[in-house]
Design a binder for this molecule. Sequence first.
Ligand SMILES: CC(C)(COP(=O)(O)OP(=O)(O)OC[C@H]1O[C@@H](n2cnc3c(N)ncnc32)[C@H](O)[C@@H]1OP(=O)(O)O)[C@@H](O)C(=O)NCCC(=O)NCCS
Length: 325
Amino acid sequence: MNLIRSKIISSGSFLPEKIITNYDLEKSIDTTNQWIVERTGIEKRHIALNNQLTSDLASKASINALEYVAFNPADIEMIIVATTTPDLTFPATATIVQQKIGAVNAFAFDVQAVCSGFVYALSIADNFIKSGQVKNALVIGAETLSRIIDWQDRNSCVLFGDGAGALLLQANNKDNSGDDSGIIASSLNSDGRLNDILKTTGGVSKNQQTGFIEMAGKEVFKHAVEKMSKSVLSVLEKANLKTSDIDLLIPHQANIRILNAVMQKLNLPQEKAIITVADHANTSAASIPLAFDFANRHNKIKKNDIIVLEALGGGLTWGSILLRW
Ligand SMILES: CC(C)(COP(=O)(O)OP(=O)(O)OC[C@H]1O[C@@H](n2cnc3c(N)ncnc32)[C@H](O)[C@@H]1OP(=O)(O)O)[C@@H](O)C(=O)NCCC(=O)NCCS
């Protein structure tokens, strides 16, 4: 029986100051605020300036998390950045963040699972902690998705935004501490047969371009609802819990209709979900830690709460994490 749990001891976030509203988009493409709100729930998105890189957003979110609990960056042992929009093809954005925040004793690497990236990264960090290889980890989701959006493509450009969120994890030896909090179970999946329905038009090896986001919206919608609800059921089963045991669901913020459909399938009331999609839009790997930090700082999480995080993204990849606060 493993006695170590990965406990979340802090959260942080950063959103670039520049905001683009639906009304701003009405001026540049054939769309309306009403269409976007009705189909997605999105009202605005934050957009990074040209000189704000993913590593800058990630570093600010990290410092925000570290300062919240006065944690010394030199004490961080591992940094994982989940991102689809790295500063450079290499080195990993995580090593750039390491340098920017002064985490001189950590090892750092990136994880690429698109919008599921944060759930994947958190699960990896949890396994490093549970196995005793590290005692703490900084897990970041950070994106400048605006750089890979075709701002003339109304099918996609209305959906996405930029931002970063970070969680700080620490090993909690349940037996010594008498504290039951931390990550209890995770469930990760992918199906490469569906890699064509949500992808970019370019890449390093294919055409030496970054390309733009391209997706079959309806297909993605259908898979998102089905796969995310199954994933939540699977993580509950692993933890030997029921849907009614969930106190808080912190979903990937892609679209309010997807979120509502998942809640309905799980028979969970909407008040149990943290919803930030109206203000943040879809920030891919950053969306869950951004929503988590929002919940944490707005006192929406209570001691002992059972919290489930769930996401789906390009690949397709999907997954869930269940934890006790
Ligand atoms: C993209 C999405 C909002 C579109 O909603 P939808 O209800 O499926 O809409 P449709 O695709 O049926 O489009 C309806 C019409 O609106 C039009 N339309 C598309 N984007 C538009 C926009 N921004 N403004 C106005 N009209 C738009 C379409 O061209 C279509 O017109 P047509 O009927 O004349 O062909 C929806 O499919 C979705 O959210 N998919 C999941 C996307 C996602 O979250 N991806 C990331 C997952 S990590």
